[in-house]
Design a protein around this ligand. Structure first.
Ligand SMILES: Cc1ncc(COP(=O)(O)O)c(C=O)c1O
Length: 307
């Protein structure tokens, strides 16, 4: 069967998204009018942090975990959020209300160091406070992601040491990931599989990466990848369900030879991997991935069942 190209963030077309309202520093404006300054630190330098979250039944899934990461990232780069968690939740609630959104919604919450007085790098040039932007869209991953899976290519671009740019920082500057994704596209794949500086399989350009071998679930040590909320939830549900799960080093040898492989991320939950470097993964049967998907779905439902 021919395989159309995908990205891990393919969503079903929804015309309602043409008229959404965007939150910018307390204002809610139509997407066509939603603009930030060309002097903004995010535009000039990629100097900002973001979170991708999903709304189900009027509740943000794993809100506390996303806020833990967001506030820790901002603290690491001395970026004052200017709001506490309740303030962030209030901004999210206002945006969802203005858009009449309660379910199957994806949000990108972004905070930059704000408008600079000169178009140069020094953080002290950002003097008027941060810029907070919230984009919310009606969003459902397309079904073909599940049936066909993602084709990965292992690329030369690696995930770096925490001493260059800590991969745990969910920063606006995603050039490392974008370069990896371009390399994967040039290799004829959908997305990039990235190694760590020692050559072990680490993560993908936009999601975390897992393999299943002989009933065991493996992912990287976590030292060089995004500390994905979904990654941790998958590890948690495996432990609770008695599925052996390991955070450990492994190489392409074990990835190519896996019975199943999948990606994790807030948007797509668990997305199957069809192939790596043109080599099909397993037989196409995915019983462990299916079980984890079931467990994760139940966890999201339990976490968002409050309203
Ligand atoms: C590079 C990268 N890896 C993994 C993830 C998945 O993280 P999460 O499961 O928290 O959505 C993201 C999401 O922002 C990411 O940017």
């Amino acid at each position: 069967m021919p395989h159309d190209s995908h990205t891990t963030h393919d969503a079903a077309e929804d015309t309602r998204n043409k008229d959404i309202k965007i939150y910018i520093n307390g204002d809610l404006v139509h997407r066509d009018d939603a603009k930030v300054s060309v002097y903004d630190s995010g535009f000039l330098l990629g100097d900002g942090m973001w979170e991708g979250m999903r709304l189900y039944n009027g509740t943000w899934a794993f809100f506390d975990e996303h806020m833990d990461r967001f506030f820790a990232s901002c603290k690491t780069v001395s970026l004052d959020v200017g709001l506490d968690r309740a303030g962030v939740l209030d901004a999210l609630t206002r945006t969802a209300k203005a858009n009449g959104m309660t379910h199957d919604v994806h949000c990108r919450l972004m905070l930059t160091r704000g408008v600079k007085v000169k178009p140069f790098q020094h953080p002290s040039l950002s003097r008027s406070g941060p810029t907070l932007v919230i984009i919310m869209e009606h969003s459902k991953p397309v079904n073909s992601l599940q049936s066909e899976g993602i084709r990965l290519a292992c690329v030369p671009q690696v995930r770096g040491l925490p001493t260059s740019q800590d991969p745990k920082l969910n920063s606006h500057s995603k050039l490392n990931c974008v370069i990896a994704c371009l390399q994967a596209e040039q290799a004829g794949a959908d997305e990039a599989l990235m190694l760590d500086p020692h050559g072990f399989v680490n993560t993908t350009n936009a999601c975390n990466f897992f393999v299943v071998r002989k009933g065991e679930v493996w992912t990287s040590t976590g030292d060089y990848c995004m500390n994905g909320v979904t990654r941790q939830k998958v590890i948690d549900v495996c432990r609770q369900d008695g599925i052996p799960v390991f955070e450990q080093n492994f190489s392409l040898y074990e990835a190519y030879g896996a019975d199943e492989a999948f990606l994790t991320g807030t948007f797509g939950a668990q997305t199957p991997v069809a192939s790596i470097d043109g080599k099909a993964i397993g037989s196409g049967a995915r019983p462990v991935t299916a079980r984890i998907q079931q467990l994760y779905k139940a966890l999201v439902a339990a976490n968002t069942d409050r309203k």
